[in-house]
Design a protein around this ligand. Sequence first.
Ligand code: ADP
Length: 424
Amino acid sequence: MAEDGEPKGKEYVLEADAELRFEVENKNENVILTLKSGYAEIFGTELVRGKAYSFKTGAKIAVFTWQGCTLELGGECDCYIAKETPMMFYLNCHACLEQLRMKAENESDVKRGPITMIVGPSDVGKSTVCRILLNYAVRMGRTPVFVDLDVGQGAISIPGAIGALLVERPAAIGEGFSEQAPLVYNFGHTGIQKNTQLMNVLVGRLAEVVHERLQANKKANVSGVIINTCGWVKNDGYRLLKHAARAFEVDVVLVLDQEKLYNELSRDMPQFVKVVLLPKSGGVVERSKAYRAEARDDRIRHYFYGNKTPLHPHSFDVKWSDLKIYKIGAPPLPDSCMPLGMKAEDNMTKLVSVQPGPNLLHHILALSFAASPEDDIITSNIAGYICVTNVDVENQTLTVLSPQPRPLPDTVLLLCDLQFMDSH
Ligand code: ADP
C-alpha cells in the first residue's frame, strides 16, 4: 500500500521504441496510468510526468516511448509490453508530410500543404494513425484540418455524421480532439451502404467547404488535411474512396495493411498522388459488433452529457405543429415506376416529409442550418442534434433532449436512422 492508503499500481520499465498495451475489459473498472520517469505518449499525445490518467471500460491503449520510460499502472487490465511497433513508419510519414508543409510555406509555386487520406479495412488502426499524424503536426506548431468520413466509428460529432475540424491542440488523453465549431454534415445512418448516393453528395460538399476554409486560413492551408475513412473498401465502398480522393484533391494516400487495396489505388489514382502501403500495429484490437454498438452509444451519450467535463442537456416539450421534419431518401422504386428521365437512385437524395408520431421515439434528429424545405437541405451543414425521448400522441407533443435550452431554432429537422435510449 502507498502511504496515503491507496493501493499502488504495478511498475513497468520500457526500453526506447517499445510500447505498453492495455485493454480495460471489466465492467466499471477504472485503470490509472502514471508516467514516473522518461518520456511517453499515447497515440501522439505526450504524457505529463506524475499526472494520473484514468481509463474506463472499453479503452484500448498503447503507451509508446521513443526514449525509454517507467510507467505505473493501477487497476485490473490485460496488459503487455511490445517491442515491435510500426511507429517508425508512422514517424517517417509525418516527416515527409512536414517537408511538404515546409515547401508550401517557402516556395511560391506550391499552393498548399499535403492532403492525406488514410484508408484500409476495419480495425487496422486508421483512426489511430490519423490521430498520431495530427498530434505530431500540432506538436510542430501546425494547425491541420481533420476530416472524418467514418460514419460508423468516427470521431467528429455523433455516429452518422461526417465532418471537419481545425486541430490546434493535441488530442486530450482518453477524450480526443477538442470539438469547437466543427463543420458537420448529416448522413443519418451508421453504414455508408445504406445510401451511397447521399454519401457521395455530402463528401463532395464537405470537400468544397473545406477547400474554401483553407483558402481563408493561411496557417491551416500550409498544414494540410488528414482524412479518416470508413473500413468498407470493396465495390461501392472503393468507388466512394476514389470519389473522396478526387473531391478533396488528395496528394497522399496511406493504405493500412491491405496489399490488394494498395495495388488497386496505385493503379487508379492519378500519377501525382503518392500511394503508400503501411503495416498495421500488432496492438490494434478487433472490435466485435456489440463493442461497436456500445462505442456508438457512448459517443451519443458523450455528445449530450459530456465525458470528463459533464454537460447538462435540456429536456423540454415541443408541439408537433411547430416542427418541420424531413428525411432524405424515399424507399426505392423500380426504374419503370419513375417519372420520365428520372432514375430510381435519384430517389435516394430526395427530401421526404415525415409526420410526427410514435415512429420518432428514441430517434436522433439533426438540426439543419437550412430554414425551409425550399433551401438546399441536403448540402446544408448541421447545427447540432436532439433526441426524441417521449412522444405524447394525445397532446401531440414530443419531449426532446437538447444541448441548447428551448426554443428550438425555427429550422428544418432531419430524421436519422440512429436511435439512442436516454437512461439518465
Ligand atoms: P480503425 O480506424 O482502422 O477501425 P482504430 O484506429 O479505431 O481502427 O483502432 C482500433 C482499436 O485499437 C482502437 O480502440 C484503438 O484504441 C486500438 N489501438 C490502436 N493501436 C493500438 C496499439 N498499438 N495498441 C493497443 N491498442 C491499439
